[in-house]
Design a protein around this ligand. Sequence first.
Ligand code: PLP
Length: 379
Amino acid sequence: MSTMDNRTGDGTRAVRAGLPDPVAYEPTLPGPVFAAHYHLPGEPTGPYTYGRDENPTWTHLERAIGELEAPEETGVETVVFASGMAAVSAVLLSQTRAGDTVVLPSDGYQALALVREQLEAYDVRVRTAPTGGDAQLGVLDGARLLWIETPSNPGLDVCDVRRLADAAHAAGALVAVDNTLATPLGQRPLELGADFSVASGTKGLTGHGDVLLGYVTCRDAELAARVRRWRKVVGAIPGPMEAWLAHRSLATLQLRADKQGANALALAEALREHRAVSGLRHPGLPGDPSYTVASRQMRRFGSVVSFTLPDRGYAERFLGGLRLAEEATSFGGVRSTAERRARWGGDAVPEGFVRFSVGAEDPEDLVADVLRALDAAAP
Ligand SMILES: *Cc1c(COP(=O)(O)O)cnc(C)c1O
């Protein structure tokens, strides 16, 4: 394993994360290993036996993500998955049994509602409360697992992870945090007391809009073993090419997170006084309802800005008029994207609600384009 000094800065850690010890005449980051099976004479012991169980390209990526999620902790293990939802489901379905109670956010990622249906079909009881105001504290009694999503997608509310984790542990519950929006450079849930940090690597972690990936970083080997077993049972494994692309993308994570975060703040500031904009949210914007808690527990605030335009038509004209941001879902990519979130029907948001994912363009260009498109969209 590469010997990373825990005290390095985020940029140093990002470019070196998960690299194996140098081997003469081999690449710094070994290429993807394409293998359904490995030479396996005699007793079938690992580390590499069959391609659904383990792959060296995953191993490097898992070490890299673990170094970023929990640079100061030992015993932490990461398991990579084919998508964020594969990782989310792996935790929720592998850690609960019929009769258990799970607490979910009522305002989390929209596919959580589908997982809820699945849990309930297996006789797992589900309670929900909003992310903001640490409202999940009120429904923890008797819970087996608390699921936190902060900042929440798409509303960008933030809760106090440490406070919720302490209360959940006191009540005997495990704690998982969806760290998709923040990325490990934005927040480290395990340091804030969580047992699992779970994320979609499809978004800001890989940042180029060309890979689906998920991961679970677990506090200890016992929790990780259950998650790993779930991956084997369900087979929700990433392809080696995707895993390698993700690892390659980590080298620029700090550059992207800093640049896109600064751009997001610049855009939020430019929108603050605009007469067509209401409900403007970005956790790094001073005065935002999330700002105080976010400043305490986050190291970077993410690249998403959300706001509401007067109605559906206004939002559609705005999105159609943008030249530097494509109308698309997902977020965290180097090219700005935006969408009218209500078009999916899954989130409790107004018809004119826009989730804007801020890319790595020059901020003057992006802000000018957004302000021009807003004015052009006015009725
Ligand atoms: C996108 C997303 C997911 C699901 O990730 P996929 O890679 O699309 O499966 C889970 N949680 C949050 C907060 C997300 O934004």
